[in-house]
Design a protein around this ligand. Structure first.
Ligand code: MGD
Ligand code: MGD
Ligand code: MO
Length: 760
């Protein structure tokens, strides 16, 4: 099954899922994985009354499997439940400067943080402190600065209750600087999809996957990043649904799948073929690919009308619900096949075959992920995908729609309850009345703007509710240097990471409970809630004994900081809210009565409760009140022109990581084992560049902005990729991404076609 290619890399040819995924878990966790306590916790994962996975945001069905988790969900949970502890003792032994030399994996491997810590600049060490002292000091610092110079970042995991209070804290204090990980992820969707259909989130629900006839996949790696989604896909294929994939990389999970929950398939082992067509589009070439498909759809419409006097297009829908269709048709006619083939890297015949699947399907779903959103013109690709779907009325009916697959388990929900730098997305008048204050109305900073502010010295304080900001953002070297210029940095976390080692002058590291752990407060054990990718809200109840008796819940930490910072306000009752999270859900319901009516009664609805989406009902909250056709400015989504020696770098996630959390060095489904320091290139490109397999090279930025950016020590590794592009891992490659290289509309960093050169 595995054939040895070189000393460091092994190619794995098995399907995704199957026995490999079980071995993947036990290899990392060994004995911990087998313990009754771990199994008991996993059994409760993603179940009504249980706790919601800390890994991805994929939907949790109403009728779950006995074990409703995947390889990566299990890894994420077990990683949180490790028996290792990162105590004050550990910090007494290691200075922060020393720890800065450690690898990401080794930092997190130290285990769960156990005590609140203060950075002591004299000894360059973290030292134990008390919660009271930490809150008091943070309050003092925040009171001393202009609120508009503070950033409150959130990394997509914290519950709706915590997120709501975090955003409220920011606004009571006086700013809208609430970037979250979404700014590096699906902000392109929040802005780009909103622009064209009026909804910042997808329109599909789980049952649509039981009714669609075709699914088009653009740049989303289901097998690694949302593996539970493979189950509905497998069912869809088995009932005859066609899946067509566009991805420069032949990702295993989209090729074939063995269901580890299915004993028959596990023993007989015949995998389900997932994609009936797999198109290795050039990075950023999706606009051209979809343009080619649209050309063929129009050609077939003409033919069908001529021959049968019967439309292929949904002309009633187009007339009643859309704007600018005629202009769009004009632009499709003008686009030439030669340019389409060049920009997409795909042949006309292939694109026509893909378009035939589209035309022959009654109901079609469009799926996409970071391969679409992380481009300079990513929002135009989203517009183009919407164009394709609108042509046959594939938005706003059963079995059809657009479905961006979200990342972090509550990233979508955080936006729903007010974590947003865009004040127009938040019911500020409501908040003003509810809490008797005057909320700030000016636009806050998103991730890129926060980075700019840190670079130019206008940002003085950074609070991180989870995440690993310094590691996740572009332009790492410059950002790390500027970071220490801040007055205050506070990180709320479960495990040690690099962001905790680059500190402001005053710095605190505050350890919190994990989601699977019991959260005991005055009124008893507390449940929290999150929203999945398909807009369903789920309750989550942790039962495990906390990793340390000194941990606080994220909600209590946010409230503790807020209390120490803000003046008394009779309508703002932090202690009461810490004591009973149901009261916070009441507040959320008051602020968002439509989405959250009867919130407390519905927390444990099996499968979650759907918060609704107007676009699904064909009510378009766009500027024109219609679904809008858009014409792309160019046929590729890339921000740099092609040039001799310039490659488009795709920054990739392995199967053995969750963002900046690196579990190990096995990218099983891509067959890369033992190291992450690789440069993936097609054998033809390796030869054309005069390189050889196994050679160690550097990558340098080719963004033509005069900045030198470089990453060394990458081993040239043959890999099936289209021409003109190379692949390497995120976050290791982030020093190569210029801060200004981002989606034009949303400022999402363009991590999927970074212009680079190879230095041999
Ligand atoms: N195991 C695991 N699960 C995760 C995560 C993790 O790191 N590990 N991260 C979580 C988070 S926060 C997120 S946002 C999601 C991310 O999940 P995805 O959206 O799947 O993100 P990526 O893996 O970064 O890239 C997706 C795919 O895009 C392809 N691609 C690259 N460029 C292009 C292009 O120009 N066009 C097309 N069509 N495809 C392209 C890549 O080959 C890759 O297969 O996963 C979540 N789940
Ligand atoms: N080049 C490149 N850059 C990228 C991407 C890419 O594809 N390519 N992807 C982007 C995307 S999609 C995203 S979402 C961002 C991710 O950016 P972040 O969300 O900031 O990063 P994570 O790696 O998910 O954060 C991991 C840390 O979260 C903390 N943590 C874990 N669980 C909890 C918890 O329950 N509570 C708290 N408080 N802390 C916890 C741990 O300390 C852990 O070290 O990166 C972005 N950056
Ligand atoms: Mo993400």
């Amino acid at each position: 099954m595995a054939k040895k290619e070189s000393d460091e890399t092994v190619h794995y040819d098995g399907p995704s899922g199957g026995w490999g995924s079980l071995r993947g878990i036990s290899r990392i966790f060994g004995k911990e994985w087998d313990s009754p306590a771990a199994l008991e916790t996993l059994r409760r994962q993603n179940k009504p009354g249980g706790f919601m996975c800390v890994s991805c945001a994929w939907a949790k069905p109403a009728k779950p499997h006995a074990f409703e988790f995947c390889e990566n969900g299990a890894k994420a949970t077990l990683w949180e439940q490790t028996s290792h502890r990162c105590t004050p003792d550990f910090f007494a032994r290691h200075t922060v400067s020393e720890l800065r030399e450690w690898k990401d994996h080794d930092l997190e491997q130290q285990g769960r943080l156990t005590h609140p810590l203060r950075y002591d600049p004299d000894t360059d060490r973290y030292v134990e402190t008390s919660w009271e002292d930490a809150f008091a000091a943070i309050g003092r610092e925040l009171k001393a600065i202009d609120p508009k110079s503070a950033i409150f970042y959130a990394s997509g995991r914290a519950s709706l209750e915590t997120s709501y209070l975090y955003a409220l804290f920011a606004r009571l204090y006086g700013h809208n600087n609430l970037p979250d990980s979404s700014n590096m992820c699906h902000e392109t969707t929040s802005v780009g999809l909103k622009k064209v259909i009026g909804s910042p989130v997808g329109t599909c629900v789980l049952s649509d996957f039981d009714q669609c006839d075709a699914i088009f996949f653009f740049g989303q790696n289901t097998g690694s990043n949302s593996p539970r989604f493979l189950h509905p896909l497998q069912r869809a294929v088995e009932r005859g649904c066609k899946i067509v994939t566009f991805n420069p990389v032949r990702e295993k999970g989209l090729i074939e799948f063995v269901n580890p929950q299915d004993p028959a398939q596990m023993t007989v082992g015949k995998p389900t073929e997932i994609s009936c067509q797999y198109h290795q589009v050039r990075p950023g070439g999706d606009i051209a690919a979809i343009m080619g498909m649209c050309k063929h759809v129009l050609a077939r419409e003409n033919r069908q009308w001529e021959e049968q006097r019967h439309h292929l297009l949904d002309v009633d829908f187009l007339k009643q619900h859309t704007k600018d269709f005629e202009n769009f048709v004009q632009s499709v006619r003008t686009a030439g096949w030669e340019e389409i083939e060049r920009e997409s890297g795909l042949s006309r015949a292939d694109l026509e075959a893909a378009a035939d699947v589209y035309c022959d399907a009654r109901a079609v779903i469009g799926i996409y992920g970071m391969g679409v959103t992380q481009h300079v013109h990513g929002s135009q690709t989203i517009g183009m995908l919407v164009n394709l779907l609108l042509m046959r009325g594939n938005i706003g009916r059963e079995g059809a729609g657009i479905s961006p697959v979200r990342g972090h388990s509550n990233v979508q929900g955080q936006r729903t309850v007010g974590i947003s730098e865009k004040p127009e997305l938040v019911p500020l008048d409501h908040l003003a009345e509810q809490f008797g204050f005057d909320p700030p109305r000016d636009k806050g900073m998103n991730t890129v703007e926060a980075c700019e502010g840190i670079l130019d010295g206008t940002v003085q304080a950074f609070v991180g509710l989870g995440g690993n900001f310094v590691r996740a953002i572009p332009e790492r070297e410059k950002m790390e240097r500027a970071w220490t210029g801040m007055r205050l940095t506070v990180q709320i976390a479960t495990k040690l990471n690099r962001s905790h080692l680059i500190n402001g002058k005053v710095a605190y590291l505050l350890p919190c409970l994990g989601r699977s752990e019991e959260d005991m407060q005055e009124s008893g054990p507390q449940a929290v809630t999150m929203e999945d990718s398909l807009s369903c809200i789920h309750g989550s109840l942790g039962k495990r004994k906390p990793a340390s008796e000194h941990l606080l819940s994220e909600l209590a930490i946010v409230a503790g900081m807020a209390k120490a910072t803000l003046p008394q306000n009779p309508k703002v009752r932090w202690d009461e809210w810490i004591g009973d999270y149901a009261k916070v859900r009441d507040l959320i319901e008051q602020t968002y009565p439509d989405r959250f009516s009867d919130f407390n009664a519905r927390v444990f609805t099996p499968g979650g409760f759907y918060r609704g989406n107007k676009a699904r009902d064909r009510i378009w909250s766009t500027e024109s009140g219609k679904a809008e056709f858009t014409i792309p400015e160019k046929l590729n989504a890339v921000g740099a022109e092609d040039a001799v020696g310039r490659y488009r770098l795709i920054t990739m996630r392995s199967n053995d990581q969750f963002n900046t959390t690196i579990y190990g060095n096995s990218d099983r489904m891509r067959g890369i084992e033992g190291t992450r320091d690789v440069l993936l290139m097609s054998p033809a490109e390796i030869a054309a560049a005069g390189l050889r397999e196994g050679q160690v090279v550097s990558l340098v930025s080719d963004a033509e902005d005069g900045e030198h950016r470089q990453v060394d020590g990458l081993t040239v590794t043959p890999f099936d990729l289209p021409r003109g592009c190379v692949g390497a891992y995120y976050p290791e490659m982030n020093p190569l991404i210029p801060l200004w290289y981002h989606d034009q509309l949303s400022k999402t960093p363009a991590a999927k076609a970074v212009p680079v050169r190879i230095l041999a």
